[in-house]
Write a protein that binds this ligand. Structure first.
Ligand code: GAR
Length: 202
């Protein structure tokens, strides 16, 4: 069976990208293959992780385009050029338009560092999510992998995993625990689930 061609979209450190790369090497991801890493930040360490693993990279900067329509057209261009079937948003800090989402409907997933529907939607990204969780005083948080639709963090949930908040947690400490105990586990698992479905249709 043909494998699903996966692109990972990133903006920062890329620890989730690393988890995906490691999972492909370990055979946890076996129905798909990471063909391309696209960053909207030229300094993203995720790009180095991709290069270290001989994965093609592209940088597409919003500021190089007059408007977000042209920026997204450029993104779609690089994805089509690489014959991408599936997109994984792994710390990609830019909200995509309904047109882009339509182009990749049911073929694009995202990892979010909370148990959706808590602490999600506009403004909830990265460390802010964990700051909000600690401020609220929740005792359990976690991570969610979901399909991307027009509602920020509102698409159908694929996998979730709970993580305990501990006394004295800082946002940074909690972020790390959520990554280690949830994100780096469920993102590769969900990627394989969706890649397997798409590979059947190839
Ligand atoms: C991850 O915690 C991811 O869940 C979060 O950004 C971090 C990226 O880290 N994404 C969001 O908040 C999206 N709303 P990474 O670059 O090390 O994978």
């Amino acid at each position: 069976m043909k494998k699903t061609n996966i692109a990972v979209l990133v903006s920062g450190g890329g620890t989730n990208l690393q988890a995906l790369i490691d999972a492909e090497k370990a055979g946890i991801i076996r129905s798909g293959s990471i063909k391309l890493v696209v960053s909207n930040n030229k300094d993203a360490y995720a790009l180095t992780r991709a290069k270290n693993n001989s994965i093609d990279t592209r940088v597409v900067l919003r500021r190089d385009y007059e408007n977000s329509h042209d920026f997204e057209a450029a993104l779609i261009g690089v994805l089509k050029e690489a014959d991408i079937d599936m997109i994984v948003l792994a710390g990609f800090m830019s909200i995509l338009s309904p047109d882009f989402i339509t182009e990749f409907r049911d073929r694009m997933i995202n990892v979010h560092p909370s148990l959706i529907p808590s602490f999600c939607g506009k403004g909830f990204y990265g460390l802010h999510v964990h700051e909000a969780a600690l401020e609220y005083g929740v005792k359990v948080t976690g991570a969610t992998v979901h399909f991307v639709n027009e509602i920020p963090d509102g698409g159908k949930i694929i996998l979730q995993k709970a993580v305990e908040v501990q006394e004295g947690d800082t946002p940074e400490v909690l972020q790390r625990r959520v990554m280690e105990q949830a994100e780096w586990i469920i993102l590769p698992q969900a990627t394989e689930m969706v890649a397997a479905q798409l590979a059947e249709r190839k």
